[in-house]
Ligand binder design. Sequence first.
Ligand code: THU
Length: 135
Amino acid sequence: MTDKELLSIAIKEMEKSYSPYSNCKVGAALLCKNGRVFTGANIENAAFSPTICAERVAIFKAVNEGERDFLKIAVVGEKDGNVNGIFAPCGVCRQVLREFCDDNFQIVLGESENDFKVVTLKDLLPYSFSPENVR
Ligand code: THU
């Protein structure tokens, strides 16, 4: 699957966002090494802190389905219906990714299907605290 194809799945996933408080719709598509794709959209809450990001929805769905080997994730977000720059994963999502992915894991940061950049987890989370630290 190409980066562009994965990103187009993430873009479609934004429709499933439940975000009445921020009006930010975020979509994620996580590609497993075996080819399966898990999607996620952000789900907000009136108490705010229970809100969960699109990336973690996708990761937790995958892990709950028995998958732990991931190749890359595409992420895209919009505010008030407009994509206005990239939505890079928040710090909590970066740490959750680090639980299952190594430094070379790729993150496709999209603005549109034809406008994206690819970075690594090491770019986003250098000097990370990882499972190796506590095993
Ligand atoms: N959000 C995500 O889903 N992923 C990110 O990487 C950043 C933020 C969501 C959480 C919240 O629903 C909204 O965007 C505004 O913070």
